[in-house]
Design a protein. Structure first.
Length: 250
C-alpha cells in the first residue's frame, strides 16, 4: 500500500492503520472484514475496532441488507471539505489566539519539541515562510524522517510551499546529493567548508529561531524573537559568503 497516500490522510486525523483500512475500502469499492484484512494486511480483530471508529466519524458506512457485514468508504472529497471547514474555523479564530499568546511580558517565547511529530510540524511551518535559512545535515533529517525530504520535494513541485530558502550543508556525498535535489526545487544551496559532521539543524524563519539536536532522542528548541532572528541573519550572511557554491546538475 502506498505510504505516501497513508501520510496524506494524517492531517485528517487518520492513524496509520485507519488510513490502511480506508484506502483498502476505496480500492475495493465495498468489502467485508475478510476482504479488508486481505487488502490492508491487517488482522481481522483490529479491523472491527478501526471500522467502528471510522464509522462514528463518518468516513466509512455499513451497507444495509447484506448477509455478511459489508462496508464502504465515503468519497474523499468529503474529507477534503471537512479539512477546509476546520482550516476556515482556525483562520477565523487565529487573531484571538494570537492575542492570547501575546498577553505575557515582552520577552522571547520559547517552546520545546521532544518528539518527532512536534519537530516535523516545526519543519512544515518553515516551508511556508519564503525567506528562511538553514544550517543543517539533510542526511540526518532523512535518517530520522524517512521519506520526509521526498515528500518536501514533491510538495515543492506541486507549488504547495512558498519557501525560497538558503541552505548550508556539510561537505559529504549524501548531503550534496540531497542538495542537488533542493536546487531543482528553486532553493539556494551552498557547502560548509571543512565541515563533514553536523549533528544539529539551525533554522531561522520569520521571527523564529529553531535548533534541533539530532541525538538518540532528538529534540528542538524554538525561540520567537524578532531581534534574535534579525541578528542571526547577519551572522548567517557572513557564513554564507564564506561557503562554496554547489554545482547544479543538468
Amino acid at each position: 500500500m502506498d505510504n505516501g497516500l497513508i501520510k496524506i490522510l494524517e492531517p485528517a486525523g487518520f492513524t496509520d492503520k485507519e488510513a490502511k483500512v480506508y484506502l483498502a475500502l476505496l480500492e475495493l469499492g465495498q468489502g467485508t472484514v475478510a476482504k479488508i484484512a486481505q487488502k490492508s494486511e491487517l488482522k481481522r480483530p483490529i479491523i472491527y475496532i478501526l471500522l467502528e471508529g471510522l464509522t462514528k466519524r463518518g468516513y466509512v458506512s455499513e451497507l444495509p441488507n447484506q448477509k455478511i457485514n459489508s462496508y464502504q468508504a465515503v468519497d474523499p472529497s468529503i474529507i477534503l471539505n471537512q479539512l477546509k471547514a476546520e482550516v476556515k474555523n482556525l483562520s477565523e479564530m487565529l487573531p484571538i489566539l494570537q492575542t492570547m499568546s501575546n498577553r505575557g511580558e515582552n520577552k522571547p517565547k520559547i517552546s520545546y519539541q521532544t518528539n518527532l511529530n512536534g519537530i516535523w510540524n516545526a519543519y512544515e511551518e518553515m516551508n511556508h515562510i519564503k525567506d528562511s535559512f538553514f544550517i543543517t545535515s539533510y542526511a540526518k533529517i532523512d535518517y530520522f524522517f524517512p521519506e520526509g525530504i521526498a515528500r518536501w520535494l514533491k510538495n515543492y513541485d506541486r507549488g504547495l510551499y512558498q519557501l525560497a530558502g538558503r541552505h548550508l550543508i556539510p561537505d559529504t556525498p549524501d548531503n550534496i546529493a540531497i542538495g542537488q535535489k533542493l536546487l531543482k526545487a528553486n532553493q539556494q544551496v551552498r557547502i560548509l567548508n571543512n565541515v563533514s559532521n553536523l549533528n544539529i539543524d539551525f533554522s531561522v524563519f520569520g521571527n523564529k529561531v529553531a535548533i534541533t539536536a539530532f541525538e538518540q532522542s532528538p529534540f528542538a528548541i524554538i525561540m520567537e524573537s524578532a531581534d534574535l532572528a534579525n541578528s542571526l541573519r547577519l551572522v548567517f550572511d557572513l557564513v554564507w559568503a564564506g561557503s562554496r557554491k554547489i554545482k547544479k546538475q543538468p
